[in-house]
Design a protein around this ligand. Sequence first.
Ligand code: PLP
Length: 406
Amino acid sequence: MNPVDISIPHPSLPPLTSVLPAEPLLLMGAGPVPVPAEVARAGGMVINHLGDSMNMVVRHIKELTRYAFQTRDEHIFGVSGPASAAMEMAVGNLLWPGRRVLVLKNGWFSGRFAEMARGVGAEVSTLEVPEGNPVTAEMVEARLQQERFDVVTMVQGETSCGVWTRDLESIVALARRHGALTVVDAVCTLTTMPLQKDQWGIDVVFTGSQKGLSSLPGVSLIAFSAAAWAVTESRPGPRPHWCLDAVRAEGFWGRHEYHYTAPVPGLLALHEALRLIGEETLERRFERHRQSSLALQTGIEAMGLRLATPADFRLDAVVAIEVPAGIDDARARRYMSSMFKVEIAGAFGLNIVRIGQMGEQCRSPNLFRVLHALGVAMNNEGARLDLSAGMGAMEAHLARWAERVP
Ligand SMILES: Cc1ncc(COP(=O)(O)O)c(C=O)c1O
């Protein structure tokens, strides 16, 4: 036999363990976020994706997801892919040529629905407000009185600018009254603040794993109401997706049959993340997010920075901070990262920086580390912030909360 001719030499590269920092960066941006030890451990395992253990994991994930979404839906899927894949599953299964969608847009992520819907040939109308503002029920009602839609899409929280769709429940009710299905993106908000899928009448809701759930990136979750499922099944003609086709996905998630090779470590990790959420309880988790975020907001303002979003519709999950005039925020963020090993997020075009308050980010030591690093980095750039005042105000808030917690 002739020797195999390997003409392209193998690259000689160091193992990751020698190039990644010994102490990982503290991820205080808009996701991914740090994960609990149980989640990290589960995410390091591979088991047979069609065996009995996996079948149990799948059943548990569905049960735990029902708790997180507050739904009794039958049709619940873990999707192999980021939250955008779940968004694509919602869009691709409810919309096709001839169907009409109203996209409520107030930022980068809510606008993504429109791009996807155009891609599948739907007729797309957009109700757009300037980034940094919420779409209100009044605006939606006015639009629904003029035109008929099959589907209305919205975000519960617009991560790109830290805005909460405060009127979500009323908007969902309005859409229902006008005969439209609703799709809600709860990517940055799920388990950080209340969402009641069944009680509010939401048809499809989805989330990612790497934000409020504090799990590994790469797997997302989605649930379909009976009405949304009926529309999905009624789609005429050949079904264009394979991985993102909900009817095919029901094979694995409903009947434990092969659809595609499931993302096993991501699902095991998600199982643990959801189980920990159940252990904590949603009530306590919402309060932890509320108080942690409020403490951070208080510290930021006391230090002398301004929050970008008015309190009326400010998200807890993502705190948007105005960058003071003349400050180079990219350089400040690089300094935070190199000096303090803390990362926060910039923004897509707005003059803000964003600090995440999702899942494991909402722990007091993380708050002190990120606020201090932010203050030092901004002052290095020429801001005149009072770090002591900021840290003191934040600590006082956390101490008052600790006193109230039984
Ligand atoms: C509100 C919202 N929707 C959708 C996405 C897209 O998620 P992914 O990057 O996991 O696809 C994000 C990501 O930040 C988000 O914050």
